[in-house]
Design a protein around this ligand. Structure first.
Ligand SMILES: O=P(O)(O)OC[C@H]1O[C@H](O)[C@H](O)[C@@H](O)[C@@H]1O
Length: 447
């Protein structure tokens, strides 16, 4: 994996001495994180996780995945936010684009990440006649969306299989001791996996949260952890000059201080769409507080060049781009000559689709630089389990450093509670009577 901050793509938009100036602050942030002295220091379990994760549990994850593959046609993964985005990102990025349609695969569906009755109903229809297992994932064990979906799916499973057999098909990933889900799992005797206390949801993809669904989808989770371990060693270096993860953190901090308010994550592979979604949660929840932080946004090129491209080229100069590029596509498709050449595309004969994709990327980068958009480039030689694990850790480390440079606690998310409080009040949950009255008064004045 290489990260380049090419002189024309980035350094023409900033002074190279700015990197020197920030290097001492980066070193301090590194020590704060490694010595656990900064805000949120009780959520740093992810830092050493690639070298000291629970091997016994890891083996149990793989065994459970094999059992699920044998017992079921489909796995339903119930979770939201950090409890689903990581595995969704890995499966989309690394599996067949149409994974669920490929014969012999254990299909993987996601639920509990919305409150849509249409979505649930349609999923239940798709599952008709299939053997099903469930992996419900919630660190707190009390998040409304997954809890509600699990209520529906538990009922579905017990009706379909009876209580006893349903029990063999429900797998729970939650806190070691707290929360309603842990209690239910204990009472029902479901197999459980632990989300460690000191690892927050958005940092949990390398725990059973991400690993069990990935393994069921047929991904090699040993390789994922090997990639993360390699990254752990590589990005354990306090020196900005030699630590690419910290350079990424530093450059985004410099652009933020220059007035950029949006970081646009760009990829040219549809399979990376959910890597961007995972990245958005990581940076958005970590940095968006105290009225600070870059807004993490994403686009899929070349698709979105035909919708958002105009704005990026000529709209308000709000952003810089971070492009995630895969150097070598795992599949090559050569463009054939057409004797009639009515579409005028014979100049592409003999080139691969990926050649065209890469030229689209180069052309776009140059055009956007001309339009005043700095471009950071993160390149993976190939996209596979190893590089995915590496990339996850690269971003986790960068995010912790970046949030620390910004002066926020990168490990909490107090603002997420505001909507929940209002929703509970409006729905009449016990204990929210006063809030309910206040909100209803406010709503009535809106007419
Ligand atoms: O795993 P859970 O406790 O169900 O949480 C799922 C997600 O929802 C919360 O509201 C937080 O904003 C996220 O950081 C978290 O990943």
């Amino acid at each position: 994996m290489t990260v380049s901050f090419d002189s024309t793509n980035v350094l023409s938009f900033m002074n190279s001495s700015e990197l020197d100036n920030i290097s001492e602050f980066v070193k301090q942030a590194h020590h704060q994180i490694h010595q656990q002295t900064g805000p949120g220091s009780d959520y740093l379990g992810w830092v050493d996780w690639p070298i000291n994760y629970d091997k016994e549990e890891f083996d149990r994850v793989k065994l459970a995945a094999t059992r699920i593959q044998q017992q079921s046609d489909a796995l339903v993964v119930i979770g939201i936010g950090g409890s689903y985005l990581g595995s969704k990102a890995a499966i989309e990025a690394l599996s067949h684009t149409f994974h669920n349609q490929i014969k012999g695969n254990t299909e993987v569906y996601f639920a509990g990440h919305n409150i849509s009755s249409t979505y649930i109903e349609h999923l239940l229809q798709v599952l008709e006649g299939k053997d099903v297992s469930i992996n419900v994932i919630s660190k707190s064990g009390t998040t409304t969306e997954p809890a509600l979906a699990f209520r529906i799916f538990r009922n579905f499973m017990e009706k379909k299989y009876g209580k006893e057999e349903a029990r063999n098909r429900i797998y729970v990933t939650t806190d070691q001791s707290k929360g309603a889900l842990r209690k239910l799992a204990g009472e029902e005797g479901y197999e459980t996996f632990v989300i460690p206390n000191d690892i927050g949801g958005r940092y949990s993809v390398l725990t059973p949260v991400g690993l069990l669904p990935m393994a069921v989808a047929g991904l090699n989770v040993d390789q994922v952890m090997d990639g993360a371990t390699a990254a752990y060693h590589k990005y354990n270096d306090p020196n900005l000059a030699t630590n690419a993860s910290y350079q990424y953190a530093a450059v985004r901090n410099i652009f933020y201080n220059k007035g950029k308010s949006v970081e646009l994550f760009v990829s040219y592979e549809p399979g990376l769409h959910f890597v961007a979604e995972w990245w958005k949660q990581l940076f958005g929840e970590s940095e968006g507080k105290d009225e600070k932080g870059l807004f993490p946004a994403s686009v899929n090129f070349s698709t979105d060049l035909h919708s958002m491209g105009q704005y990026v080229q000529e709209g308000r100069r709000l952003f810089f781009e971070t492009v995630l590029q895969i150097k070598h596509s795992s599949i090559e498709r050569i463009i054939q000559e057409d004797p009639d050449n009515i579409d005028g595309l014979n100049f592409l004969t003999g080139k691969t689709m990926d050649d065209v994709n890469k030229k689209a990327a180069l052309g776009t980068t140059l055009a956007h630089i001309d339009g005043g958009v700095p471009n950071l480039l993160i390149e993976l030689d190939e996209l596979n389990e190893f590089t995915f694990g590496e990339l996850v850790y690269f971003f986790e480390k960068a995010c912790a450093i970046s949030g620390t440079l910004l002066g926020v606690n990168p490990f909490d998310q107090p603002g997420v509670e505001a909507y929940k409080k209002n929703m509970f009040a409006l729905l009449g949950k016990d204990g929210f009577e006063k809030e309910k009255e206040e909100l209803e008064n406010r709503l009535s004045t809106l007419g």
